[in-house]
Design a protein around this ligand. Structure first.
Ligand code: GLU
Length: 325
C-alpha cells in the first residue's frame, strides 16, 4: 500500500513537473483563429477537426483554437498577411501564386505566407442541373454559371480556366455569377443558375445537398485546353471524382485539382505551429476519421504539394521529430 502511494505521489509530481515545463503558471491563454470557407465545404470541418484536437491539449499548450467561416482561399491568404487571421486553409495554386507573386498575385507577392502542411486533395468540380443541356465544357456558352464569390479559390481557378480556354469558352460567352458556394445548391434548384464551379474535397456536404434536392450531373474537364494548363503549371494535377459519391452520379468524373493547404504567417510563433502539427501527427488515425475526404491520406502526403522552402519552422520541427523531413 505504502509503496503504491509513493509511486502515485511520484507520478503526480512528475506529471506536475511536465505540465509546468510546458506551460508556466502565469502563462496567458493564446487564442488562434483558422480561416476556412463556406460551412458546407471541406475547409470548415477541416478547421474544426484541427481545433478539436488542439483544444484537447489546451491545458498543456495554453493555446485555444477557434474556426471562422470565410470567403475562402484568397481571402484567407490576404487576411493572414494583414494580421487579421492567424491560420487559414488555401488552395495550393493560390499559395504558390501568392508566395511567388505570379498569376493573380503578379507584381504583388505575399512573401510572409508560410505552409504548415497540406491536407486533402481538392478537385475542380462542375455541378450542373441534369436538365441544363450542359454535357461538356463547350455547352457553357450562353448559360448562367457560378464561378465563385470574390475571395474564393474557385473564383481564382475559374478565371485561370477561362483564360486558358478562351478559344473554346471565355467569360464573355456566358453569364458568370459570383455567389458563395453555400448558396449554390438552392440557386441551382431555383433555376437562378444552370451550374457552378467548386474547387473542393470529396465528398462534400455542399454537393450532397444539391444532389439530394434535384437531379444533377458532374461534368468532366478533360479537354485539350485544360490538359495544357495542367501540363504547364506545377501545382495542378489530374484526379477523379469516384462514382457513387453523390445521389444520381454513378459514373466517375475526370478533372484536375490542387491540395488544401494550411498556411500561416512567418511571424506566427514556432511553439503554436509546432503543437498544431504535432497534435495532427500524434492523432493521425483519429484525424483521418474526422472527414471522409481524408480517407486516402498518409502522413507523408501532408508534405506534398508545396515547396519545402516555404514550410514554417514550427511545422518543420514536428515533421523532423516524426522522421518525415
Ligand atoms: N477551395 C475553396 C476555396 O478556396 C474552398 C473549399 C472548401 O471550403 O472546402 O475557396
Amino acid at each position: 500500500m505504502k509503496v503504491q502511494l509513493r509511486v502515485l505521489v511520484g507520478c503526480l509530481f512528475f506529471l506536475g513537473l511536465l505540465l509546468s515545463f510546458h506551460m508556466p503558471a502565469n502563462a496567458k491563454t493564446k487564442f488562434i483563429t483558422i480561416g476556412t470557407g463556406g460551412v458546407t465545404g471541406v475547409y470548415y470541418p477541416t478547421g474544426g477537426a484541427i481545433c478539436r484536437l488542439m483544444n484537447k491539449i489546451k491545458k498543456q499548450t495554453g493555446i485555444r483554437c477557434t474556426v471562422e467561416s470565410t470567403g475562402g482561399s484568397v481571402y484567407n491568404v490576404n487576411m493572414i498577411h494583414k494580421g487579421e487571421l492567424d491560420f487559414g486553409v488555401a488552395q495550393s495554386d493560390v499559395v504558390y501564386q501568392a508566395i511567388t507573386g505570379t498569376g493573380r498575385f503578379a507584381g504583388k507577392p505575399i512573401k510572409d505566407i508560410r505552409v504548415v502542411m497540406t491536407i486533402h486533395p481538392e478537385l475542380m468540380t462542375l455541378v450542373v442541373r441534369k436538365d441544363s443541356g450542359i454535357n461538356s465544357f463547350v455547352d457553357l456558352k450562353g448559360k448562367r454559371i457560378n464561378i465563385g464569390n470574390p475571395g474564393s479559390g474557385q473564383e481564382a481557378t475559374s478565371k485561370v480556366i477561362f483564360e486558358y480556354c478562351k478559344d473554346v469558352v471565355s467569360l464573355k460567352d456566358f453569364n458568370p455569377e459570383y455567389l458563395k458556394a453555400a448558396e449554390c445548391p438552392n440557386a441551382l434548384r431555383d433555376r437562378k443558375i444552370d451550374g457552378y464551379f467548386y474547387m473542393v474535397g470529396h465528398p462534400t456536404a455542399n454537393i450532397k445537398e444539391a444532389a439530394d434536392s434535384l437531379p444533377i450531373k458532374l461534368i468532366s474537364l478533360d479537354i485539350p485546353c485544360i490538359e495544357k494548363l495542367v501540363a504547364d503549371k506545377p501545382y495542378y494535377a489530374w484526379g477523379e471524382i469516384p462514382a457513387g459519391m453523390y445521389k444520381g452520379v454513378d459514373y466517375s468524373v475526370k478533372t484536375f485539382g490542387v491540395k488544401a493547404t494550411i498556411v500561416t504567417s512567418k511571424d506566427m510563433d514556432i511553439n503554436t505551429v509546432y503543437w498544431m502539427t504535432k497534435v495532427i501527427l500524434d492523432n493521425f488515425d483519429k484525424f483521418k476519421k474526422m472527414h471522409p475526404a481524408y480517407r486516402h491520406l498518409t502522413k507523408k502526403d501532408l508534405l506534398k504539394g508545396f515547396d519545402h522552402r516555404w514550410i514554417h519552422p514550427g511545422a518543420a520541427k514536428a515533421f523532423k521529430e516524426e522522421g518525415l523531413l
